[in-house]
Design a protein around this ligand. Structure first.
Ligand SMILES: NC(=O)c1ccc[n+]([C@@H]2O[C@H](COP(=O)([O-])OP(=O)(O)OC[C@H]3O[C@@H](n4cnc5c(N)ncnc54)[C@H](OP(=O)(O)O)[C@@H]3O)[C@@H](O)[C@H]2O)c1
Length: 339
């Protein structure tokens, strides 16, 4: 076992688009394990859009990432040393290990580290389809959109970790699933691999009118549910095709994460169509996680829920991979392999 733990710290706060200079790679000694603690060798780090918000100082639903500390992040790994009766060396675990190779966990605190079963579900999937992104898709679809058989559900960033799950879960419930994604390759994957009914490449549409016309073509009966991951022109175009009593799960607005304005051109349609628009943060709905994870885990284990991963190699690659995620360079769940 190495005696050095490499870590990536937040070195400075970005103004607008972040750069690699906002991060700093450091080496520290692997910490010593005290009573009740567990040392985990992280195998994969999850990179997620929410991290961009944490890099800001401003007030939000979560506290900012402190400067000079290890970047926050979900991890999966293996227990390499344990002084806690609930964990044994070799246990596979999921936790919030951050951007580093080893994490020391006070494992007596409830919920900070969960053992996972990798017999039928690969370890990395606990950061994606059978983890936070999967539960996010499940919550917005099941608890907010609540699609009925035959209804049409549209999801943006459809090839991503959250979006890919949303469309497949909608299909399981008998709905028509239409994705929106950037580029022909992503759209082909969404239809051919994930089984969506259609996918629209928003990059082929320069304005709301054009995208809205494409949506009309793929959603001849209008849109009953929209799972929002992006914002901007995509949201506007969907609004024009929304049915009376349609539901919108406001999950993310990645088009504005670097401070870009996200105007809404026709909010009166909310009233005209008596729409329900609800924002949510998945970590505030812990009560549904067991039910969601049960369905997601079963679907993945039986090959009925597909997903794709973009895997960057080594901790050093995390900043570049993160910047790429914010620009759509990832294709599926963005991970960093640490071992
Ligand atoms: N509310 C919650 O609790 C919660 C929890 C998890 C995630 N989220 C949100 O869910 C969304 C998806 O997250 P994810 O982890 O599944 O990421 P992801 O979809 O795997 O990756 C992000 C994708 O966003 C798209 N994108 C980036 N910039 C864009 C832009 N300017 N315009 C249009 N599309 C853009 C890109 O796809 P294309 O190439 O297709 O454009 C990119 O691949 C994010 O908005 C995230 O913040 C919310």
């Amino acid at each position: 076992m190495s005696t050095t733990n490499r870590q990536i710290l937040l070195a400075s706060r970005p103004t607008g688009e972040p750069g690699t200079d906002n991060f700093k790679l450091v080496s520290t000694p692997v910490p010593t394990v005290a009573d009740g603690q567990v040392l985990v060798r992280n195998h994969y780090l999850s990179l997620d859009p929410y991290m961009r918000g944490r890099m800001n100082e401003g007030k939000s639903y979560a506290t900012p990432q402190p400067l000079g500390e290890v970047m926050i992040g979900g991890t999966v790994g293996e227990v390499v040393e344990s002084r806690n009766a609930h964990f044994a060396v070799g246990d596979k675990v999921v936790g919030m290990g951050g951007w580093q190779e080893y994490q020391l966990v006070d494992a007596n605190q409830r919920g900070v580290l969960q053992k996972v079963d990798t017999t039928h579900v690969p370890l990395s999937a606990y950061l994606g389809a059978v983890g936070m992104p999967g539960v996010t898709g499940w919550y917005g679809l099941v608890k907010i959109i609540d699609p009925k058989p035959g209804e049409t559900v549209v999801v943006s960033a459809a090839s991503g970790a959250v979006g890919g799950a949303v469309g497949q879960l909608a299909k399981v419930r008998g709905a028509r699933a239409v994705g929106i994604a950037g580029g022909a390759d992503k759209c082909r994957y969404v239809v051919e691999e994930l089984g969506f009914d259609a996918c629209i490449d928003y990059k082929q549409h320069g304005d709301v009118k054009s995208l809205s016309a494409a949506l009309k073509g793929e959603c001849p009966d209008g849109i009953d549910g929209y799972f929002e991951n992006v914002g901007g022109m995509i949201l506007d175009a969907v609004m024009h095709r929304a049915n009376p009593f349609s539901r919108v799960a406001m999950c993310g607005m990645i088009a504005g994460y670097n401070g870009e304005p996200i105007p809404m051109s026709a909010p009166q349609l909310i009233l005209v169509n008596r729409m329900k628009i609800e924002g949510f943060i998945v970590s505030e709905h812990m009560a549904v996680w067991p039910e969601a994870l049960k369905e997601l885990g079963t679907l993945v284990a039986t090959g009925k829920l597909k997903y794709r991963e973009s895997v960057a190699q080594g901790l050093d690659s995390a900043p570049e991979a993160f910047l790429g995620l914010l620009k759509g360079r990832n294709f599926g769940k963005q991970l960093v392999k640490l071992i």
